[in-house]
Design a protein around this ligand. Structure first.
Ligand SMILES: Nc1ncnc2c1ncn2[C@@H]1O[C@H](COP(=O)(O)OP(=O)(O)OP(=O)(O)O)[C@@H](O)[C@H]1O
Length: 266
């Protein structure tokens, strides 16, 4: 990670809120992520981690507060607008076209982001650029040998790699990955963490993750979300030692979750 890079932070949440009726899910979340930083968001079940990604990526509109991407307000924009401004989110498999080859899937991602959907003459003249970028992605994702295989015939881990490739195909600077290693075996997970590191080199990465091995292997800093608030944001070592975090996981909150109660209702 680059540390204190010049310019505005890659991503900033300022007092972000989301309510459904009287139920407040995100309760004034603050977070400042530096350029090139890798951040893992952890927290008990139901803390609002996925909701936070929904708010940042524009899938759900915030009820209050601000989201800034590279210093620019993006809250209230549509997901495709946010995407064009440089934020990509991977949606566990759903972006993949099963019958298309790995190469074609990635090239769709590249072309979409290059904006060649409607300008056919421009499309033809720049197709070679897109092909070159797609070959680079195949290499980076270690999927060269699966180049012409329909996506539906990939293993689960390969599909997840392809999904990340589609997300980063347009060269987004900020990448959100929601539980990237969910459903993988131990060996696959270790391999996949290396792949994520390589594929997102130089980018700003936010992951929601339950696997603490992945969190500690990947993150420069960890944000701990409890009941819609960021209660700690620090290095893995500092977070591990933070009594508030231990309480959130092991204390009354977690006990309530395990008992099937909503630990966040007030
Ligand atoms: N559309 C919605 N309307 C109302 N409540 C919602 C909606 N979506 C999610 N919630 C609630 O918001 C809370 C946070 O959900 P979210 O999925 O973000 O938690 P999470 O931290 O990602 O949990 P997990 O670790 O279990 O995936 C939950 O109590 C959930 O029931």
């Amino acid at each position: 990670m680059t540390g204190a890079a010049a310019g505005p932070p890659a991503l900033e949440l300022r007092g972000l809120r989301k309510s459904f009726g009287k139920t407040e899910i995100i309760r004034g979340a603050n977070l400042t992520v530096a350029r090139g930083e890798r951040v893992a968001i952890i927290g008990p079940n139901g803390a609002g981690k996925s909701m936070l990604f929904d708010l940042v990526s524009g899938r759900i509109r915030p009820s209050g507060g601000e989201v800034l991407l590279g210093g620019r307000r993006i809250d209230g924009l549509r997901p495709c607008e946010i995407n064009r401004l440089g934020l990509a989110r991977s949606f566990q498999i759903t972006n993949i076209f099963p019958a298309l080859s790995v190469f074609e899937n990635l090239r769709c991602g590249v072309l979409w982001h290059l904006g060649y959907r409607y300008a056919f003459w421009r499309f033809l003249s720049r197709l070679q650029d897109a092909n070159n970028r797609t070959e680079e992605l195949l290499d980076m994702l270690r999927l060269e040998r699966k180049r012409d295989v329909p996506a539906m015939h990939l293993t689960y881990a390969e599909q997840r790699a392809l999904e990340i490739g589609i997300a980063i195909a347009g060269g987004a600077e900020v990448v959100l990955l929601d539980e990237p290693t969910a459903g993988m075996g131990h060996g696959e997970t270790a391999h996949f963490v290396g792949l994520i590191r390589q594929a997102t080199e130089g980018k700003t990465l936010l992951t929601v993750e339950h696997d603490m091995g992945v969190v500690f292997g990947l993150a420069d800093r960890i944000a701990v979300l409890v009941c819609g608030e960021v209660i700690a944001f620090d290095t893995p070592e500092a977070v591990r030692a933070d009594p508030r975090v231990q309480e959130a996981y092991l204390g009354a909150g977690m006990a309530a979750v395990q008992a099937g109660e909503n630990a966040c209702s007030r």
